[in-house]
Design a protein. Sequence first.
Length: 170
Amino acid sequence: MRTNRLLGAGLLALAALIVVYAVLGPLILDVIHFRTSVSGLNQVRGGDLAAMVVVVPVCVAVGMLAWRGHRAAPVLALAPAFFAMYTYSQLILGNEYLRLPGNIERFFPLLLSMFIVVAAVAMRGWAPARPEELPASSPRLTRGSGITLVSRRGVRRSRPAPSDPGRCPW
C-alpha cells in the first residue's frame, strides 16, 4: 500500500513539474529560451501542448488510482513516465549550447528534478509488474507461424511453417 501511495505522489509531482515547465516554456510565458532552431522550437511547443493536454491528465488519473491502491496503476504509470523521460532528456541534451543564444542552462535544475522524479516513477511502476501475471500467448500464433513467442516458461520458438505456395515462408 505504501508503494502505491509513493507512486501516486510521484505521478502528482510529475504532473506539477510538467505544468510548471510548460508555463515557463515557449508555449505560454516564454521565460525559458532554448538554444535551438525555429523548427526545433515549434517541436518543443508541440511537445508541451501534448504534455499539457494528454500527459498531465493521465498522470493525475493514474496517480489517483495508485493512491487508492488499484492493481493496474503501476503498469499504467509507465506510459507518462516513459514519455516524460524521453521528452525532457532530449530537452536537456538536444540544445546547441555553443552555437545559439538562450538561457536553458538556468533551468537545468528544473529539468533534472523532473528527470529524477520520472526515473523514480518508472522504477516504482516497473517493479511490481510480474511476467507470470501477463496474459499467455495466443494459441493461434504457436502453430506453425515461425515466430518467437514468450510463454510463462520462457522463450519458446515455434517450428517454421511447412512449405506452402500460398503462404509466406517467413
